[in-house]
Ligand binder design. Structure first.
Ligand code: DAH
Length: 329
């Protein structure tokens, strides 16, 4: 067969093979097979050496036409197959926009931490500094320095968990008052949140572990009216204007005079904090001169606040980590 015929046959064969190729890989295979270095076109052209000088340019021109024709067909088919591949992919990946989404549960602040944050925000806004102290305390910081010696009847008010080595779990955050005053000079304005422990039987309003926030202000000339004004403003910001509040005279070893503050909740007065003017003996214990400085202090029950704010009837709900309950708050 003449080279011309071979070339024409190659073109016919290639054009039909390209038109029926099913995918891009098969098409690439055809390109290599027809136009590659060792492909069929190169093989045919190897025979050109035997041609006469007159025939050569004619065959050369024909070979070029064949090459261009195959290339053009390859390119066209490539476009067709690419489009088909994309369409197949789109069809396979169809999105069902009516399908229910995957829900990712959102975390949130626990009501107890929320209350603590709120209290701290209010007092930081009033110029107070946040302070903390250890939960494992000594008798000195929890009782002795707070004007509550060994034989003091007020020790019975707070049944204590004692630890080996003369330590105990602090029964109130008032111990932070002493630690802070030992290391700082007046004027003092601190707010100290923390966990406290008592040997209480657990019921709807008592827990062996609970939270308090301690307030302490020491300065020259602080009076009971300063205490009352501070507490009233705080309760107003915390609960709003409408909640009825009452101050009731009370007794704490570390304050004189002392008061408890109740808020009206579900038709009853509920105690939410204790407070008073810092007892001169407490000031003496940390080396402050009670003739120069006076101060006021208070201890808030965080759980009580949370119960009033969120209308919770049982303190134990705050510790159960039941998401069905917590998600409602
Ligand atoms: N520490 C007291 C308690 O746990 C609460 C308390 C009362 C704190 C009066 C005070 C205060 O700072 O002045 O029951």
């Amino acid at each position: 067969m003449s080279i011309q015929n071979q070339l024409q046959e190659l073109e016919t064969e290639a054009v039909s093979a390209i038109a029926t190729s099913a995918n891009l890989e098969a098409l690439e295979q055809l390109r290599v097979n027809y136009l590659g270095k060792k492909g069929q076109l190169s093989q045919i052209l190897r025979g050109m050496g035997k041609l006469s000088p007159e025939e050569r340019p004619v065959v050369g021109a024909l070979a070029n036409e064949v090459k261009v024709a195959i290339q053009t067909n390859l390119e066209k088919q490539q476009v067709v197959l690419q489009k088909a591949a994309i369409e197949a992919q789109i069809a396979a990946e169809t999105l069902d926009v009516t399908m229910p989404g995957v829900s990712r549960p959102l975390g949130k602040i626990h009501p107890l931490n929320g209350v603590i944050d709120q209290v701290l925000d209010i007092f930081v806004g009033l110029g107070y500094t946040v302070a903390t102290g250890p939960q494992v305390e000594t008798d000195y910081y929890n009782f002795e320095a707070l004007n509550t010696p060994q034989d003091h009847p007020a020790r019975d008010m707070q049944d204590t968990f004692y630890l080996p080595g003369g330590h105990l779990l602090r029964t109130h955050t008032s111990s932070v008052q002493i630690r802070y005053m030992e290391n700082n000079e007046p004027p003092i304005r601190i707010i100290a949140p923390g966990r406290v422990y008592r040997r209480d039987t657990v019921d709807a309003t008592h827990s062996a572990v609970f939270h308090q926030v301690e307030l302490l202000a020491i300065d020259k000339g602080l009076k009971f009216t300063d205490l009352k004004g501070t507490i009233k403003e705080f309760l107003r910001r915390m609960f709003g204007d409408d909640l009825p509040v009452q101050f009731r005279t009370s007794y704490f070893p570390f304050t004189e005079p002392s008061a408890e503050v109740d808020v009206q909740w579900k038709g009853k007065w509920l105690e939410v904090l204790g407070c008073g003017m810092v007892d001169p003996n407490v000031l003496k214990a940390v080396g402050y001169d009670p003739e120069i400085y006076t101060g006021f202090a208070a201890g808030f029950g965080v759980e009580r606040f949370a119960m009033v704010l969120h209308q919770i009837d049982d303190i134990r709900r705050l510790y159960n980590s039941d998401l069905r309950f917590l998600n409602q708050l």
